[in-house]
Design a protein around this ligand. Structure first.
Ligand SMILES: Cc1ncc(COP(=O)(O)O)c(C=O)c1O
Length: 400
């Protein structure tokens, strides 16, 4: 019998973190590497937020806090949900954790029993299926291809629901595709969910503020208030305020679920860092200018990347609604051979050869459950993106 648990054996480590590390190692060896694999804004955290954290240290906010968040932050989160989403949550319906990631994990650990099914649209954020497995549940993957704008339809959702379905996870705008559900799209899904009272909605709204052009962000409980008693609305400060390292995520939901999630957290990590909670408080209550500013920069980069990739032979790149990712298809490259003689049999082979032959690190589509694609995170400077696109273009042009 092995020492490690059977549960762990079913789970894979995060492929995006693995690729980011691999790119870092190659760069440390002196290779000229461009990593487009990490999912975090390249901006600094705004100054007033950094100042609030320093002030928190000096004010002595350096001790344990309430397990699932200080009351001031919970009140600020209620105000945020009201302001941005028209949702009425009380502080007792709010939980704060160490990133959106811990919030999602707490929710699944707190609710899943063996055999419980969780519907996950693919392509998905890499952690969803593995978190469900770690929590003892069964992921049910529903594929949303490029031809459907990377969005699942009401019919697909209806067909995937069984008496064992406990949650459906929605993520709009999405990591890895940037696709967003419009109000109409979302209403079609919530209409289905209204017919299945056993199904709860886990909505991951972490990219809420990163939406472009005319696209309007919506969240399920806002579109269908009838779902509020079985929806967990997850959000956080990582992406909206360039605060990935601070590790603060939060959610609003029914009190009994929020309490259960607090119980999980109380026996694992306890409170998220006290100082980061005060920083998040400043982020939510302070000036919001950073949001439109970063949105404008990301929209410009999105346009640059999409048009550059669409000029690469064999690549097709749809225009995303939000987040900072593109998820192009490489169908036109499958079966070709690289300058170094590597056969592009699938998207993993493509990403490996691209890194080896050009130094550009991207994440292959199989990691997100939909091939043959790859993901680029364009959260880096225009110059770096131009350089990367140039290398990808010559790599594709050199395939025979
Ligand atoms: C879709 C999605 N959800 C959640 C997270 C977790 O964010 P954090 O734990 O930093 O709040 C990420 C981060 O990459 C993400 O892409």
């Amino acid at each position: 019998m092995g020492f490690l648990s059977d549960t762990l054996a079913r789970v894979k480590p995060s492929p995006t973190i693995a690729i980011t590390n691999q790119a870092r190692e190659l760069a440390a060896e002196g290779r000229d590497i461009i990593s487009l694999s990490a999912g975090e804004p390249d901006f600094d955290t705004p100054e007033h937020i950094r100042e609030a954290a320093k002030a928190a240290i000096d004010a002595g906010h350096t001790r344990y806090t309430a397990v699932d968040g200080i009351p001031e932050l919970k009140r600020a989160i209620c105000a945020k949900f009201k302001r941005d989403n028209g949702l009425d949550y009380k502080p007792s319906q709010i939980t704060v954790g160490t990133g959106g990631k811990q919030i999602l994990y707490n929710a699944l650990i707190a609710t899943l029993n063996p055999g419980d099914e969780v519907i996950i649209p693919a392509p998905y954020w890499v952690s969803y299926p593995d978190m469900v497995l770690l929590a003892g549940g069964t992921p049910v993957i529903v594929e949303a291809g490029m031809e459907n704008g990377y969005k699942i339809s009401a019919e697909q959702l209806e067909a995937a629901i069984t008496p064992r379905t406990k949650w459906v996870i929605l993520n709009s705008p999405s990591n890895p595709t940037g696709a967003g559900y419009t109000r109409d799209d979302m209403k079609k899904l919530t209409d289905v969910l209204m017919r299945h009272p056993q199904v709860w909605v886990l909505t991951d709204d972490i990219y809420e503020h990163l939406v472009f052009g005319d696209f309007k962000f919506v969240t399920p409980a806002e579109v269908e208030p009838g779902l509020i008693d079985r929806t967990l609305t997850v959000n956080g400060v990582s992406k909206s305020y360039a605060m990935t390292g601070w590790r603060i995520g939060y959610a609003g939901g029914p009190e009994a679920l929020i309490k259960a999630m607090g119980k999980v957290q109380s026996q694992s990590t306890s409170n998220p860092t006290s100082i980061s909670q005060y920083a998040a408080l400043a982020a939510l209550n302070g000036p919001q200018d950073f949001i439109p500013e970063s949105r404008a920069v990301f929209q410009r980069r999105r346009d640059l990347v999409v048009s550059g990739l669409n000029q690469c032979e064999g690549i097709e790149c749809p225009v995303p609604d939000g987040a900072f990712y593109v998820y192009p298809s490489i169908r036109g490259l499958i079966g070709k051979t690289s300058a170094k003689g590597v056969k592009i049999t699938d998207d993993a082979a493509f990403a490996t050869a691209l890194l080896d032959e050009t130094g550009v690190a991207v994440v292959f589509g199989a990691a997100f459950g939909l091939s043959p694609h790859f993901r680029i995170s364009y959260a880096t400077s225009d110059e770096v993106l131009q350089d990367a696109i140039g290398r990808i273009r010559s790599f594709c042009g050199g395939l025979t």
